[in-house]
Design a protein around this ligand. Sequence first.
Ligand SMILES: *Cc1c(COP(=O)(O)O)cnc(C)c1O
Length: 364
Amino acid sequence: MKRKLNFYAGPSTLPVPVLEEIQREIVDYKGHGLSIIETSHRSKEYDAVHHEAIANIRELLEVPENYYILLLGGGASLQFGMLPLNLLHFAGEDACADYVVSGSWAKKAFGDAKKLGTANAVFDGKEQNYMTLPSASEIKPSPGSRYLHITSNETIGGLQFQDWPDTGEVPLVADMSSDIMSRGIPVDRFGVIYAGAQKNLGPAGVTVVIIRKDIAEAAPEHLPDYLSYRVHAEKDSLFNTPPVFSVYALNLVLRYLKQHGGVAPLEEAARQKADLLYQAIEESNGFYRCPVDEQYRSRMNVVFRIADESLEPVFLEEAAKHDMVGLKGHRSVGGLRASIYNAMPISGVEALATLMRSFASRRS
Ligand SMILES: *Cc1c(COP(=O)(O)O)cnc(C)c1O
């Protein structure tokens, strides 16, 4: 079997041992004579998987007891709407929410909030083409704010928060879809954290929501059940049929991470992998450039350009010949992007850095 080096931004690479375990178990789950995806979500087999996944997230991210961990459908995009529906829409005339508008994903979250209430941009990166972030100390909530939303890692722009704003009594909310479990996080400084699984945690289909209990319990009565954090919390995320395959695979990824020492080694590996690529860019004497403000460069999505942009498709072709896929920048911004999530081995990033160096020396 020849596996390619997968630099896709999402869905993205998964640990091979996890894929192999799925393959072994998919027809006959642990000798029960049926697949886990054919099993009732009320069965004791699925129940064990579901609760183990939640317990593993709690352990790996050191989530305090006063937070619920929910496993929901609808992708991170559903959270763009669910959040303002639960925290803002019914909160009264004077209520508002704050958004750090840092790039493509933040804009989508902000857009949904504006449809449901008053939402302010406490920072807007538009003038700087979304190539920089505010410093943590510059971010201040507005009077009457119900929450302040950040995108911890802008997957398309390649920007990542390096420290967290202090929002006082106003809950800090973060979309961590593309960097969850790549570093330790002080969960108690957040009101809500959410992340679609398909970047760092598993296949698409399940979204992890970590929400302070008092915030979930205060969800308005008027909401349709599925859209209420309180309903999901009361039912342990078994209100309706959960995405059973995605939760099962998520749990295998979490087990794998635990067996390999948890989040701390991933944080170190992310630093090493990102350094390799940013160094290759810096040392290329302007052949490559990274447009992102140096202090906020992402360790998950390394965005870069070739000074002579006509060489970008040539580079992609060469990469493909070396079995490297997914290096094309997002269609909205162009250029090149290497997504180097948890499951990308350092050897894969070394191979890419080597190709970048040899391409630059041949084409300069
Ligand atoms: C991928 C991504 C999303 C969208 O996730 P879906 O699960 O496709 O809805 C939202 N935010 C960020 C930061 C992402 O990287």
